[in-house]
Design a protein around this ligand. Sequence first.
Ligand code: PGA
Length: 250
Amino acid sequence: MARRKIIAGNWKMNMTPSEAVALVETLKPLVQNEDVDVVFGVPAIDIVPVVEACKGTNIAVAAENMYFEESGAYTGEIAPKMLVDAGVKYVILGHSERRDYFKETDADINKKVLKAIEHGITPIMCCGESLEQREQGITMDFIRQQVKIGLQNVTADQAKNLVIAYEPIWAIGTGKTATSQQAEEVCKGIRQCIAEIYDDATAAEIRIQYGGSVNAGNAAELFAMEDIDGGLVGGASLKPDFGKIVCYNK
Ligand code: PGA
């Protein structure tokens, strides 16, 4: 069974609510591709207007973060049921910027993954090594740990529907993309890790994205790799070029 590609934008901390709606209007006609699941990951304050602007289109909306508690005294955090009520379908969890600047641990990310699943939100769980780790030759050891802890207590049935984003930190926002071979090697390694935790059927279904300086020029080659099921796109998701990335096979 061929896995359906999933191409998600990660807007990060960009776009005011009114800018966000204008960007959706620009991108809407450009991201029509019936072969691909299209997702816009947007800042929390943009979620409501972006969901509204995406009504009746092929675009699903993702949050960029979420807390793992139901509700209560967690000033500044966003609860899963708030996202569900607002029409969010996916949530980006464990992005390297959140791990680095906001000290999120694999254990925190695991709690968030479990909570998102409980509420019917699909996690896009991020992993990826630093340049130092790559140079030390411990890329796969590090990523296996992130994936194994991130997926603790997630059942095979639940894992099948998840999305994992492999994003080498050295390739994020640097214009320095991993080669398609480098990206494929790690995505294949992640799939093997899933097969070890669960089974081959689960590994065959889970979707694994590549992220890190994906652009209109390199998307087709990356997405043609056997174990790369689409991309998580930062900078280029804010531009009309995102349409070319989504329509990489046209
Ligand atoms: P980039 O970001 O495409 O700007 O490198 C990717 C990401 O951080 O998800």
